[in-house]
Design a binder for this molecule. Structure first.
Ligand code: HEC
Length: 110
């Protein structure tokens, strides 16, 4: 039937648009990993100036709180000193996805 076909299309369209919004709001894990390696690991590899920091350093809740506060280096500066807000969002997504209590705990490749 024409009507049911229309409804199906509308449901699919609604589903797709909410998916797109979720991706934007949640940031990109792949990009986050890239930015983390490029812009954070310079100081946060083993033996680096800021000490080793990996996704495993914190739990998901701790990463959430950390990025909500947006402070870095013991609260002395803003995280935005290093990354633009959209990149920060990506890094947060990456770190949280592999946090110590996440389903896929992971360091960031050495
Ligand atoms: C120029 C070097 C430098 C860069 C780049 C850097 N950090 Fe840091 N970071 C530090 C220092 C120094 C500390 C403080 C270490 C300590 O507690 O002794 C720190 C501390 C931290 C901590 C521990 C908690 C805190 O804030 O004290 C986290 C988490 C962290 N950094 C995340 C990041 C992330 C995410 C990025 C990339 C957006 C980043 N850092 C980039 C130097 C850096």
């Amino acid at each position: 039937m024409v009507v049911s076909k229309w409804i199906k299309t509308a449901v699919i369209a609604a589903g797709l648009s909410s998916m797109v919004i979720a991706v934007v709001a949640g940031g990109s894990e792949t990009k986050g990993k890239f930015f983390y390696k490029k812009d954070c690991k310079t100081c946060h590899a083993k033996g680096g100036a800021g000490g080793e920091v990996t996704p495993l350093t914190k739990t998901q809740a701790q990463w959430k709180a950390y990025f909500q506060a947006g402070k870095h280096n013991k609260g002395k500066e803003d995280l935005s000193k290093y990354l633009t807000p959209d990149k920060i969002q990506d890094v947060q997504t990456f770190l949280t996805a592999h946090a110590s209590d996440s389903p896929q705990p992971e360091t960031c490749g050495g």
